[in-house]
Ligand binder design. Sequence first.
Ligand code: GSH
Length: 216
Amino acid sequence: MPITLYYSPMSPPARAVILLIKELGLNVEIKAIDVRAGETRTEEFLRMNPEHTVPTIDDNGFYLWESRAILTYLIEKFHPGHELYPNIPKEKALINRVLHHDLSFYAKISAVLGQVFRGLTSVVTDEMKNSVVSALGDLELFLIRNDWFAGEKVTVADLSLLPTIATLVHSGIDLSRFPRLFAWYDNCKALKGYQDDQVAAQQFGNFFKSMVKEGL
Ligand SMILES: N[C@@H](CCC(=O)N[C@@H](CS)C(=O)NCC(=O)O)C(=O)O
């Protein structure tokens, strides 16, 4: 049986897994989950993932969540040694470093976007804006010596980051303030799942903009 992915288009980490599935042409059954309707909190879902998050995969009874763990699991299971996550310790270490940074980057962005998404505020404060700008400024520095986040080739680290950046762009961030990130974002157009991810990012962006008086 193929792996099942529990996913929401509103979730950047879940969209990173979709980007990988498209890039590698994997056969995965995708089940859309409505997070706002509480579908990650049902007893059935909690039995799979007590942390109630998408993405979650069910590989024939093996349940895994945390998008970066899922991304690397899928590559190592179906395409071990693929250049998106090569089996070369130093290259893998550089990719893992970005993935670990991305975990905290996403937490910062989600703390801002999530407040609006959950309807807790309709005001984007200066503090919220500054937090996003500062997190993007940190990412900009990763690209000081290379065009992709872990070197001169696209890797799973770029797939992990792209949906969050696309979501910010469609929610109103002017990425041209970060010239290296801007150029990287343009290079990402070569990814097979880029266009579909843009559609989902725009869906989030439209929702975000409808919920706030003034955007990012
Ligand atoms: N660090 C996690 C973050 C996952 C996450 O925060 N998912 C959110 C959507 S973006 C979610 O499923 N929230 C639903 C809930 O908490 O019930 C990952 O990378 O997978």
